[in-house]
Design a protein around this ligand. Structure first.
Ligand code: H2U
Ligand code: ZN
Length: 354
């Protein structure tokens, strides 16, 4: 019997932010890299689409008309999942339920849509840095404005990109949902960061970042204020985490140079994603930051998660099915291999070359 070798033998890795494990099967990637890059698809999208509900001046599905905006544009989602005026009085239980197995919690909140640019045919990596910086400033404004409401305890900023992620419209946009309670994912991270901070007096993501900056095996891109890496416990093939070098709880706390650096690293990361297979790389991403109610939350450390579904080419998607649904997530290509591919991808977006 030979010794266990992590680069060859199946093993599990722990995500310390959620307490969940992922099964890694590196022996399945012994075969050579089958990654394919396709010829870039012809880009036929116009800068303005008269039928797009996000383009400036157009009518939305609900009947409202967009202004002739020239930078970012935020509006309340016409089909919001959360409503500010839901009655908070709990509904009567379905029966006199002594088990407590049936629990209902009324929820209130707001959902907003944020257009990144008036240009229908741009994506973040194709936008100029000052324009991405305006998106960063809008995220910070929205986080502050929504977080200041007495009925909001948590603000989730996110982006669905690409049809495979359920994004309904190619016009560059993201969403913001703000609600009273702490949703599952940030709640897990809240508990883990609080426990680590109480035990060590330091932030969990800060210590993790320090470790990765020393090992340099899973780094993707870095600048003066932010680092992107493939986390040791990544589940999705090219999952990454963006972490601020300074221990800050939320996006509004970043200085001007830090906001510029956030715009820069988002552009660098998303350009590399697109260059991996020469396609506009689909993903869901979002920021995790401190809850906006209940004090200062010093254990929180600002970061973003990117969850892209593509595996080997523009058309081969990883499905979370079978074992993933019933057992636990599993991956073949290791986090280290994925980081290497992303590091090796060209830095300049394929559409912007030449
Ligand atoms: P995606 O990021 O998943 O594509 O969602 C876009 C959102 O835009 C979606 O939540 C909203 C949808 O409800 N929307 C409007 O608010 N107004 C419209 O006219 C169409 C879409
Ligand atoms: Zn548009």
């Amino acid at each position: 019997m030979t010794d266990f070798i992590p680069t060859e033998h199946p093993h599990r890795r722990l995500n310390p932010l959620t307490g969940e494990w992922v099964l890694v099967s590196p022996h399945r990637t012994k075969r050579p890299w089958l990654g394919q890059t396709e010829a870039p698809p012809p880009d036929t999208r116009p800068a303005f689409d008269p039928h797009c509900y996000l383009c400036p001046g157009n009518k939305r599905a609900g009947g409202a008309q967009n202004p002739a905006y020239s930078g970012t544009f935020v509006f309340n989602n016409d089909f919001a999942s959360l409503l500010p005026d839901t009655p908070l009085k709990p509904p009567a239980p379905p029966a006199r339920d002594a088990t407590g197995l049936l629990q209902t919690q009324p929820e209130t909140g707001l959902c907003r849509v944020l257009c990144f640019s008036p240009r229908h045919n741009l994506t973040l990596p194709e936008m100029d840095l000052p324009d991405i910086r305006r998106v960063v400033d809008t995220w910070a404004e929205q986080y502050l404005e929504l977080g200041a409401r007495p009925d909001v305890g948590y603000v989730q900023i996110f982006e669905n990109k690409g049809a495979v992620m359920g994004c309904s419209n190619p016009h560059p946009h993201g969403q913001i949902w703000a609600n009273r309670t702490l949703p599952n994912e940030p709640a897990k991270e809240d508990r883990a960061q609080a426990a680590y901070f109480a035990a060590h007096g330091r932030s969990l993501p800060a210590d993790y970042l320090k470790l990765e900056l020393g090992l340099r095996e899973r780094l993707v891109v870095e600048n003066d204020h932010f680092v992107v890496l493939v986390p040791y416990w990544a589940v999705w093939p090219f999952e990454t985490m963006l972490i601020s070098r300074r221990h800050r709880q939320s996006i509004d706390q970043f200085s001007g140079p830090e906001r510029d650096a956030l715009a820069d690293i988002i552009k660098q990361l998303t350009a590399r994603y697109d260059n991996l297979f020469n396609v506009s790389f689909p993903y869901s991403m979002g920021f995790h930051q401190k809850p906006t109610a209940g004090g200062e939350h010093p254990h929180w450390h600002f970061h973003a998660h990117y969850y892209p579904p593509l595996l080997r080419s523009a058309t081969v998607k990883k499905f979370m099915v079978g074992y993933e649904m019933l057992g636990e997530p599993q991956r073949d290509i290791t986090a280290e291999q994925a980081a290497q591919r992303l590091r090796d991808a060209p830095a300049v977006h394929y559409k912007l070359r030449r």
